[in-house]
Design a binder for this molecule. Structure first.
Ligand code: PGA
Length: 248
């Protein structure tokens, strides 16, 4: 069945000196052969991170939807792939908010990433207002349908459910809420893709840490985690990898 995937997201954090953290993360990954481990680093660190931890899946946090051209300041999927990225996040809520990325834009980025040979972690999630209004499942499944790349299939594609109100706040949904949302996402994927839906991993993200990882990863239809703050140091990230390994 689906292997667990534990993916770190360093966001706009990290430096050449911080790459030392990858040593123990890579060792933990090697000791947990049943778990896939990945770290999305800032674009400037992709090449040195790959050189330092060649066994670890290093990825990008975003790519442009085009292959090349007049887009000052942007980086294409082929460019990050050339320097060692094996995957990219797309549609993280911080980009959807800060860079006004629409579902259609995210879809084009995911398609471009796949075209360049990258795996894709597509992020979706609701605001606290949407959850309070009882609209979380409707909002998130609609986001999924509108952001799915061409020829969506697993295992190269994962979907990360990240409630925006849980990111960096220390608040998490109940495991029942996570299981319900993941069930809704799986059902929507089946409607859209048929059997191809089965190999797509559904990750939970938002304030995952060593204390709550076991419970969140054990919730129904949770195939892994996307981890921000707790991925910045091996001391915090390795226990999450170990929790996934215990679940098998
Ligand atoms: P967090 O971030 O683990 O720090 O809440 C998760 C994310 O934004 O991917």
């Amino acid at each position: 069945m689906r292997r667990k995937l534990i993916a770190g997201n360093w966001k706009m954090n990290g430096s050449m000196a911080a790459l030392v953290e990858l040593d123990a993360i890579a060792t933990a990954a090697t000791r947990s052969p049943g778990v896939d481990v990945a770290v999305a680093v800032p674009a400037t660190l992709i090449a040195p991170a790959t050189a330092r931890a060649p066994t670890l899946a290093i990825g990008a946090q975003d790519v442009h939807h085009g292959d090349c051209g007049a887009h000052t300041g942007c980086v294409s999927a082929a460019m990050v792939r050339e320097v060692g990225a094996r995957f990219s996040l797309v549609g993280h809520s911080e980009r959807r908010a800060d860079q006004a990325e629409s579902d259609a834009h995210v879809r084009d980025k995911a398609t471009a990433a796949r075209r360049a040979g990258l795996d894709v972690i597509l992020c979706v999630g609701e605001t606290s207002e949407e959850r309070d209004a009882g609209r979380a499942e409707a909002v998130v499944t609609a986001q999924l349908a509108a952001s799915l790349p061409d020829d969506a299939a697993g295992p190269w594609l994962s979907v990360a459910y990240e409630p925006i109100w849980a990111i960096g706040t220390g608040r998490t949904p109940t495991t029942a809420d996570v299981a319900a949302m993941h069930g809704a996402l799986r059902a929507r994927l089946r409607d859209l893709l048929g059997v191809e839906a089965e190999a797509i991993r559904l990750l939970y993200g938002g304030s995952v840490n060593d204390a709550n990882a076991g419970e969140l990863l054990g919730a129904g239809d949770v195939d892994g985690a996307l981890v921000g703050g707790a991925s910045l140091t091996a001391a915090k990230f390795v226990p999450i990898i170990e929790a996934a390994a215990r679940l098998g």
